[in-house]
Design a protein around this ligand. Structure first.
Ligand code: ARG
Length: 340
């Protein structure tokens, strides 16, 4: 893999890298859990407007289908075939300061990591029984959290529609799987064995069996990135002692979507920038390695000048670096907004 083929406008990474040769090499491969090329590419084939277009069906997909996934990983994260991912979840290593101590721009801060359980198939091929086993193991581990992190698990089927809709609106719960996940097979048996764990203050949450088996989330109002990160790290230390997460030495934590590999971490703020034109928000964010989403997450619009800004790279940088990158980019956005 010396040089990657150049992208065409609007082309997904799948379309760019699934060449006839790669297809020939991979077309008859199958992993231990029965993952085939057709599982990996289903979402991107059905949704030609995908940015990426592939999901891994299990840990082994990342080796079995490496001729397709490695170039995608390199193009998205900049991680070359020889690079190794490094983890640093130590909050003491974080030097970033609160970028908005007066609370004038940043509404809230949210850091999440994606995890899957070792030795279980991922969302695209997991069966009902395995999904329930995963839920049980995860909920058991969550039950050992104490103090601020202690909370309650709400299985999705137990929530009435009004409660479910309110939790989604408050950014506490995932929506029903989007068309990308739908085409990828993630929504089978919905809503069975899905749910959300929440602490009393709603500052620590875990989504179970959505795009990944765990989405572990620390969030609060304001811009105290250090506190949000420290809370997440505390929770992870407890959960890692109880659960074994899918992980590889080269790619770090393994996730269904290649964008989330490595740290699995998306560190984000909701920031209100009413004066700065949207293009400038985009440009400044990009300069700092950040991506911009709408107010209600991926594939939504920014409402009232409120943007969701987060690290784009999750692999090949440490968790501490991802949070630092966010702090620096947010400071730059605030400087520009003040000057606009
Ligand atoms: N599969 C979708 C695409 O390729 C989403 C990719 C990133 N988002 C995610 N939630 N994993 O555009």
């Amino acid at each position: 893999m010396d040089s990657l083929p150049l992208p065409l406008p609007g082309q997904s990474l799948l379309a760019r890298f699934l060449t006839p040769e790669v297809f020939e090499t991979l077309k008859d491969r199958e992993t231990y859990f029965g993952v085939r090329l057709s599982h990996l590419i289903a979402s991107g084939v059905k949704n030609p407007d995908s940015a990426i277009g592939v999901y891994a069906g299990d840990e082994e997909s990342y080796t079995a289908f490496a001729p397709l996934l490695d170039p995608i990983i390199q193009a998205y994260h900049g991680l070359g075939p020889e690079d190794r991912h490094v983890t640093d979840l130590n909050p003491a290593h974080l030097e970033a300061e609160n970028p908005d101590p007066e609370g004038r721009f940043v509404l809230s801060t949210r850091i999440r990591v994606a995890r899957n359980l070792c030795c279980f198939p991922f969302g695209p091929v997991i069966g009902r029984r395995e999904r329930r086993m995963a839920e049980r193991a995860i909920v058991g581990a969550l039950g050992t959290l104490e103090g601020e992190l202690a909370g309650t698990y709400h299985p999705l089927p137990s929530l009435d529609e009004a409660t479910r809709a309110r939790l989604v609106k408050e950014h506490l719960l995932f929506k029903a799987g989007d068309r990308f996940l739908e085409a990828g097979g993630f929504n089978r048996d919905w809503p069975d064995a899905r749910g959300v764990f929440m602490n009393a203050e709603r500052t620590f949450l875990v989504w179970v069996n959505e795009e990944d088996q765990l989405r572990i989330i620390s969030m609060e109002k304001g811009a105290d990135l250090g506190r949000v990160f420290a809370r997440l790290a505390r929770a992870l230390a407890v959960l890692e002692a109880r659960l074994t997460f899918a992980r590889s030495e080269r790619l770090g934590y393994l996730t269904s979507c290649p964008t989330n590999l490595g740290t699995g971490m998306r560190a984000s703020v909701h920031i209100r920038l009413v004066r700065l034109p949207e293009q400038e928000v985009q440009a400044i964010a990009e300069d700092h390695g950040l991506q911009v989403r709408g107010t209600h997450g991926e594939h939504t619009a920014a409402e009232g000048g409120v943007y969701d800004v987060s690290n784009k790279r999750r692999l090949g940088i440490t968790e501490v670096e991802a949070v630092t990158q966010l702090a620096e980019g947010v400071s730059a956005l605030i400087r520009a907004e003040r000057g606009a």
